[in-house]
Design a protein around this ligand. Structure first.
Ligand code: GLY
Ligand code: MN
Ligand code: MN
Length: 359
């Protein structure tokens, strides 16, 4: 990864002498890692003069391994004092930071203490991250492959009367056995009526004949996420389940067909949403069609009726239409794509053409 290039792109983008990343308890891990490769806690000051990492004794050895070329300033008292001294010593007249990632508390303290002007921006690092580099795409591809292989292994052993929680646990175990460092998000395993909740948390519900069984899952590998949803039928599908599956599959394909460089995110969303609405299910599909995936499972761009994003080649974007029928169940089919000049490459290859029976 060319961190120098990323930092130069950031300094060219901001309207200030320097940019401050503050990552404590994971508050801005993505920016810290994206701009330096450092995985510990601390503050990173980025400017055209070069980077400076401010960290504490828990991480100085780690910094010497992970970012040997970046100068490190070890915190003696408080982070606030150390950042203030570093900004003063560098002679910066202004410091930009992300208003999305930095707490109001820290912003207030910096405004009080710094002589330099504090410039609160949206999240310029997030904007840079939306456009993936080839190596990032390869890491995401590997995370998708691991996720798919794990689900393939799990479904062979699914039986009636297993619980959602048991399936989620088994799946996470398989992912980790295959080398995942962790799950990209809490795995969603939802049976029957629970599959009507888009962000359901698996519970003690036992599988029974005729249930829809939804898996919204992703592994994290080499720091990059996967995100995929597939739905199965426990035993023979009901006509109602098959009916909504067919509509969602058609909407998923219409959305994928609309993904291309230059496309308005809003129009891609509409390509899938209009199809679902035409089948009388407008009110059963209320979330956005998709989002970027990378270091975080949810990042830019956003596909939704409100989005102003325009797709560019090299962005990743999920296409995940759904129909959710309260009290009955839901279907969502989610694929991860990479935008290309004349369409997209679909990274997800797990079969979706049929509502497959398990159990
Ligand atoms: N896994 C959450 C989502 O698909 O947005
Ligand atoms: Mn998603
Ligand atoms: Mn998902």
């Amino acid at each position: 990864m060319d961190y120098n290039k990323r930092r130069s792109a950031l300094t060219a983008k901001i309207d200030a002498d320097s940019f401050l990343v503050y990552n404590m308890e994971g508050s801005d891990f993505p920016s810290m890692y994206y701009l330096s490769g450092f995985t510990g806690e601390g503050a990173l000051l980025v400017s055209s003069k070069g980077p400076l990492l401010i960290t504490d004794s828990r991480y100085t050895e780690q910094a010497s391994r992970e970012v040997p070329k970046i100068p490190v300033r070890q915190v003696a008292g408080s982070y606030l004092d150390e950042i203030t001294d570093a900004v003063t010593a560098s002679g910066y007249g202004s410091v930009a930071l992300s208003g999305v990632r930095t707490s109001c508390s820290l912003v207030n303290k910096l405004c009080d203490k710094l002589e330099a002007k504090v410039v609160i921006t949206e999240d310029p690092v997030n904007e840079l991250r939306a456009l993936k580099e080839p190596e990032e795409i390869e890491r995401i591809r590997a995370a998708v492959k691991l996720t798919e292989e794990s689900l393939t292994e799990l479904i062979r052993g699914i039986r009636v009367k297993m619980s959602e929680r048991e399936l989620a646990l088994r799946l996470e175990f398989i992912m980790r056995e295959k080398g995942a460092e962790q799950v990209a998000f809490d795995l969603i395993v939802a049976a029957g009526e629970n599959s009507a909740l888009p962000h359901y948390q698996p519970g003690e519900r036992l599988l029974k004949e005729g249930d829809l069984l939804l898996f919204d899952i992703g592994a994290k590998l080499d720091r990059y996420c996967a995100d995929m949803t597939r739905v199965f039928s426990v035993g023979k599908p009901t006509a109602r389940a098959q009916g909504i599956y067919d509509i969602v599959l058609a909407a998923n394909k219409a959305g994928i067909a609309a993904v291309s460089a230059g496309a308005d995110a809003k129009a891609v969303d509409a390509a899938a949403r209009d199809l679902i609405a035409a089948e009388g299910h407008a009110e059963h599909f209320q979330h956005g069609l998709g989002h970027g995936v990378g270091l975080e499972v949810h990042e830019g761009p956003r596909l939704s009726p409100m989005s102003t994003d325009v797709l560019q080649a090299g962005m990743t974007v999920t296409v995940e239409p759904g129909i959710y029928l309260p009290g009955f169940g839901g279907v969502r089919i989610e694929d991860l794509t990479v935008v290309t000049q004349d369409g997209c490459e679909v990274l997800t290859s797990f079969p979706k053409e049929e509502l497959v029976q398990v159990g």
